[in-house]
Design a binder for this molecule. Structure first.
Ligand SMILES: N[C@@H](CCC(=O)N[C@@H](CS)C(=O)NCC(=O)O)C(=O)O
Length: 271
């Protein structure tokens, strides 16, 4: 891992058990938080397509990952991404995982909880546009409220926080499936650009492409799902953003993801 993604520490107290993040948006949320806030952790990554990996995942309390084992809490891991987020926020009160403003904190928790318990169609049937519209509405609402309260910074609630970590994997979905984002408000667009430019998230994204070259990370049912190639993803142009058009689900040969698609296409398609 590069210097940016640097929180992994073999002596860390926290042990995160998760799936490779290129296929686990649940695990990705926690990795984004740990990396962004530079909280040291050990990371045990598994692939559910591998029998040993699946055994490890299914040996967790809810038979799901991520889990966070914290020796000082005793043997039971924390076994849900939102519970882990709350634990981290409580254990590191100096770190702004949640907004400082009470009003924004209430909204941030609502938006995270709404996504955590809902958006099933977006997760399971990527084509449900109602949820994309609601997602964009949530982003816009967070940004408007944050500006109204007078908090600066381009993320949902100003500086990067738990809500951004939870919404980050959605951006990958929107990109992969080439969703129509023309309904995004200017504020929502600004947030999307800030997220794609975020150096820690860029580095985590780059790592996903490196992981993709490692056979240990492959889940056959998810591989090669676009037989028509990238053109198929972007068939609805020009209603999509350039960001979407300039990407490809395939592994960049030069391994330099940042240059490959974050380095260009950050302007909006003129429609
Ligand atoms: N509510 C849980 C959901 C976790 C979840 O669904 N994890 C998937 C990640 S791939 C999993 O462990 N799947 C195991 C399986 O499909 O057998 C959380 O947020 O932590």
């Amino acid at each position: 891992m590069s210097a940016i993604v640097s929180s992994r520490d073999p002596n860390a107290e926290y042990l995160l058990i998760g799936a490779y993040i290129r296929y686990s948006s649940w695990t990705a949320r926690i990795v984004a938080i740990l990396e962004h806030f530079k909280i040291p952790y050990r990371f045990s990554q598994h692939n559910k397509a591998d029998p040993n990996g699946l055994q490890t995942i299914h040996s967790q309390p809810a038979r799901l990952v991520p889990t966070l084992t914290v020796p000082s809490l005793g043997p039971n891991p924390i076994h849900d991404s939102l519970a882990i987020t709350e634990f981290l926020a409580e254990s590191h009160p100096d770190l702004p995982l949640w907004p400082a403003s009470r009003r924004l904190r209430a909204l941030a928790r609502s938006l995270v909880a709404e996504f955590h318990s809902g958006f099933g169609n977006l997760r399971n049937n990527y084509h449900t546009n109602y949820e994309v519209a609601r997602f964009l509405e949530c982003v816009d609402l967070a940004r408007r409220e944050t500006l109204e309260v007078g908090v600066e910074g381009p993320y949902l609630f100003g500086s990067f926080g738990a809500a951004d970590a939870f919404y980050w994997p959605v951006l990958w979905r929107l990109r992969t499936y080439g969703f129509d984002l023309s309904a995004a408000s200017p504020l929502a667009r600004e947030w999307i650009v800030a997220m794609w430019k975020d150096p820690v998230l860029v580095e985590l994204g780059r790592q996903m492409f490196i992981d993709a070259e490692n056979p240990e990370t492959r889940v056959p049912e998810y591989e090669g799902i676009f037989p028509g190639g990238a053109e198929m993803i972007h068939q609805n142009e020009p209603r999509h953003l350039n960001i979407l058009r300039s990407t490809d689900y395939r592994i960049p040969q030069d391994r330099d993801l940042a240059q490959y698609f974050f380095g260009h296409g950050l302007t909006w398609h003129s429609t």
